[in-house]
Structures are given as C-alpha cells and as structure tokens.
Design a protein around this ligand. Structure first.
Ligand SMILES: Nc1c(NC[C@H](O)[C@H](O)[C@H](O)CO)[nH]c(=O)[nH]c1=O
Ligand SMILES: CC(=O)[C@@H](O)COP(=O)(O)O
Length: 139
C-alpha cells in the first residue's frame, strides 16, 4: 500500500472539492492511502511537492488546482510555470500526476473537475500511480 500526497492549490473551493474527490476515489479504489495538503495557488505546488519529498513520507504526488484565464498575462505565468515546476520534479524521478486545470472559463473547469464528467482529478491520480509503478520497477 502506498501513501499518495495530494497537493492542492485552493483557489476555487467548489472546483477543488470535485477534483480532490476524483483523485481520492482513484487512489483509494487502488488500495492506497491519500493525504491532502493545501497551498495558496498553483505556483506554490511544485515547491510544496519538493518539500514533501524531502520527508520521505510519500510514494507519489497528485497536483490539484484550477487556473482560469483572466485579463492579463498572469494566466500564462501561473499555468506554464506550475507545469514547468512539476515537470522538473518529474524529471528528477518523482512520480507526479498533474491535475491542474488551465481553462478559458468556469464552465470548462466544471466539466473537467466533475468526477461524473471528465474526472481530471481521477486521471491525475491514475497517472501518479502509473509513474509510481515504473519507479518501483526501475527506480
Ligand atoms: N490566478 C491563479 C493563481 N494565482 C496565484 C499564484 O498561484 C500564486 O499563489 C501567487 O502568485 C503567490 O505566489 N493560482 C491558482 O491556483 N489559480 C489561479 O487562477
Ligand atoms: C490566472 C489568471 O489569469 C487570473 O486569476 C488573474 O486574473 P487577471 O489577469 O484578470 O489579473
């Protein structure tokens, strides 16, 4: 049994709750344990995963968040840099599923967050578990 840390950027409560429900269900239905830690925004997610990895307490990580386009270039910074940070950690060998939605509007985000619709939280958790399996095989 593995312990999976869900690192969520709590920017939109209702969307995060759906993403976490999907991620938790995927982790628990595979027989693993999920813990959740909350950070302010998506830009803090890679740093939080890096800090958590230093503890040695977790086997894999799921990044959860929602970035909805606003009026300025800030959207690109948050969307691209959070993904870049997660990719850098992935290339260091950490098993991470990226469930940070980057959408044009709230309707797109709802469809993707809802476990009964596109269930991107569940998909990110499954990706983390798949990478954990590879790490256990080759790591
Ligand atoms: N606009 C969104 C943010 N912005 C906040 C940043 O992620 C960060 O917390 C801040 O710049 C302080 O370092 N975060 C999201 O998760 N979603 C957004 O839509
Ligand atoms: C991530 C964003 O684009 C948003 O939260 C910021 O909005 P704005 O560009 O209108 O300041």
């Amino acid at each position: 049994m593995a312990t999976i840390l869900i690192v969520e950027a709590r920017f939109y409560d209702h969307l995060n709750d759906m993403l976490i429900a999907g991620a938790r269900a995927a982790i628990e239905s595979a027989g693993h344990t999920a813990e959740v830690v909350t950070v302010p925004g998506a830009l803090e997610i890679p740093g939080a995963i890096a800090l958590a990895a230093e503890t040695g307490d977790y086997d894999a990580y799921v990044a959860i968040g929602v970035v909805i386009r606003g009026e300025t270039y800030h959207f690109e910074i948050v969307a691209n840099e959070s993904a870049r940070g997660i990719m850098a950690l992935t290339m260091d060998g950490l098993p991470i599923g990226n469930g940070i939605l980057t959408t044009e509007d709230e309707a797109q985000a709802i469809r993707r967050a809802d476990p009964e619709q596109l269930n991107k939280g569940g998909g990110a958790a499954e990706a983390a578990l798949a990478m954990l399996k590879l790490r256990q095989r080759w790591g």
